[in-house]
Design a protein around this ligand. Structure first.
Ligand SMILES: CC(C)(COP(=O)(O)OP(=O)(O)OC[C@H]1O[C@@H](n2cnc3c(N)ncnc32)[C@H](O)[C@@H]1OP(=O)(O)O)[C@@H](O)C(=O)NCCC(=O)NCCS
Length: 304
């Protein structure tokens, strides 16, 4: 019999062992290899882990990772099941346990990053009620296949309303956006205010990430001068100014890859450049629409 229960301090070491068996040392979040860190994060509730046990042996793990910006937001993450115990509904049981836990705590929203290299977590995400909102193409080095890159599919499960600021007039929005507006509802975008806050920038392998909380035309002109040799992922807060910024980026070869909900519960527009064009295994129609739009836009951008 499989028992699913909340984290206890003695689970930390076997959780590390499970990730080492499945990923060797390639897992994206190295914290998982240090039992003392797992215990610390669970003690401080930044992580809320759940484990699956078969006769006292730890065979599964998943967690809610609370946002440091807003504790009512969390990511459902680090879902892994021992290869000998897969296909028996263990990931589903652990994930439902955590979704119920989030509801009982009055949390406002859960997010998930599902890998595009197989359908299992995508199916799991859909059955839990997550809505696909965006793609992160060529996001990280794959933890399971050395030397290849993994794309991620973003999903959002609203536990309280999370309306999307309406950027375009009715009929002008891309097709993939219609499904999202229908699911989440809409709100008028905030007026952009002048801010001294610069873009948040970081580099991960060959990927450059930029997050702009007050995107302006001047920011766009700076960004389009950056090297085209890197994969670039942009996240631009959706405000009243964004509709004038996005076309500048499109002309410089950036393509829309959907929306992401930030840890502050605000919606961001995703644009990317420099990723490779390969087929992905996508379960959800919104993800397929988004990806085919991305491939078409990329082909057009290369043509000009
Ligand atoms: C992904 C993973 C956690 C799934 O664990 P699991 O306990 O086997 O999953 P479940 O039995 O609960 O099934 C989850 C969904 O995947 C489907 N699934 C499971 N195994 C499958 C398989 N071999 N082929 C196709 N679908 C499969 C199930 O049918 C279910 O979908 P449904 O809800 O529509 O029926 C497990 O395969 C794993 O640890 N993989 C490596 C790590 C990984 O990729 N983690 C996810 C990172 S986002």
């Amino acid at each position: 019999m499989i028992v699913v229960r909340g984290f206890e301090a003695r689970d930390a070491k076997p959780i590390s062992g499970l990730f080492t068996r499945v990923y060797e040392e390639r897992y994206f979040y190295p914290q998982i290899y240090l039992p003392s860190v797992i215990r610390h994060y669970n003690r401080t509730q930044q992580w809320q882990s759940v484990v699956a046990l078969h006769e006292e042996r730890l065979v599964g793990h998943a967690l809610l990772w609370r946002s440091p910006e807003d504790a009512s937001c969390a990511e459902l993450a680090m879902i892994v099941v021992d290869p000998q115990f897969r296909g028996r509904g263990i990931a589903g049981r652990m994930s439902r346990y955590l979704c119920d836990h989030a509801r009982r705590q009055g949390m406002s929203v859960l997010t998930i990053k599902m890998v595009a290299s197989h359908l299992w977590t995508q199916r799991l995400g859909m059955s839990l009620g997550f809505q696909v909102t965006g793609l992160l193409l060529d996001y990280v080095a794959s933890g399971l296949c050395p030397r290849s890159r993994e794309s991620a599919i973003l999903g959002v499960l609203p536990l309280q309303p999370q309306p999307i600021p309406l950027l375009y007039a009715d009929g002008d929005q891309p097709e993939w956006l219609c499904a999202l507006l229908e699911r989440f509802g809409t709100v008028a975008p905030c007026r952009s205010r002048h801010s001294e806050e610069p873009a948040r920038i970081s580099i991960q392998d060959n990927r450059l990430d930029l997050i702009l909380d007050h995107p302006t035309g001047a920011d766009a002109l700076e960004i389009i001068r950056l090297s085209t040799r890197r994969v670039m992922h942009l996240r631009l807060l959706i405000d009243a100014n964004l509709a004038s910024v996005v076309p500048v980026l499109h002309r410089a070869g950036f393509v829309d890859t959907g929306l992401a909900l930030g840890g502050n519960r605000q919606w961001y527009w995703l644009l990317q450049r420099g990723f490779s064009d390969h087929l992905l295994h996508l379960h959800c129609p919104t993800a397929r629409d988004l990806h085919s739009g991305t491939r078409k836009d990329m082909a057009l951008a290369q043509h000009y």
